[in-house]
Design a protein around this ligand. Sequence first.
Ligand code: FPP
Length: 240
Amino acid sequence: MPKDSEHNGPKHVAVIMDGNGRWATNRKKPRLFGHHAGARRVKEIVRACPDVGVKYLTIFAFSTENWKRTQTEVAGLMKLFRRYIIREANDLLAEGVRVRFIGDRVRLDEKLVALMDQLELLTSQNDKVHLTIALNYGGRDEVARATQRLAYDVQAGKLKPENVDEETLPRYLDTHFLPDPDLVIRTSGEARISNFLLWQSAYAEYEFIDTLWPDFTKDIFGEVVGRFGTRERRFGAVLA
Ligand code: FPP
């Protein structure tokens, strides 16, 4: 296992977990069957993080656009999230995982929001792996909500417009407690970012992997993360 000082792999990996529906359809099963398989994979990947030197894992569980799916699928996913929190809370606590949620909670069911709050509080002292779950999350929505909060602070005299710079907005984003992602992985062969961490991924590397999310094993995760160290990141500069 790499020590922090010699680790040049990604510290923060963000994942767009795509392909659950196709995985289920390929097996002639309902889409929710794929989401359940996807949830089991989430557990495996979170557990694998310390072994591959990933300290921050951010996963896209439900987007602001996902409400357009059928009522059955949306309700099934919401139930799955509630069950995941209830069932996994103790293991996450014991395994040193700090869980936080990003996204707009206003549209989410009260019972689910209460469970999210409880899990955040329960795991708040953990520091081994920081798992951030994006739920009712959209990058543009996040920037719009952040801008609104920033505008209110200007109106209240807490912030001067002339002092607004690149460092200001990130303090208002849902992710204010996170470093920017170094690597964004999307499974299932689609090469799109789908409104995920738009501001934060300005300098991230992207990996688009053909594997469907329910088939994305910890070995594949390790391989993708391992490849990262071999890339040269210049952040726009020219290296000598
Ligand atoms: C995308 O696959 C997946 C989702 C919209 C849901 C992601 C949810 C999980 C992996 C469930 C578990 C998550 C947690 C946090 C317990 P898709 O349905 O778009 O697949 P398709 O493109 O093949 O239709």
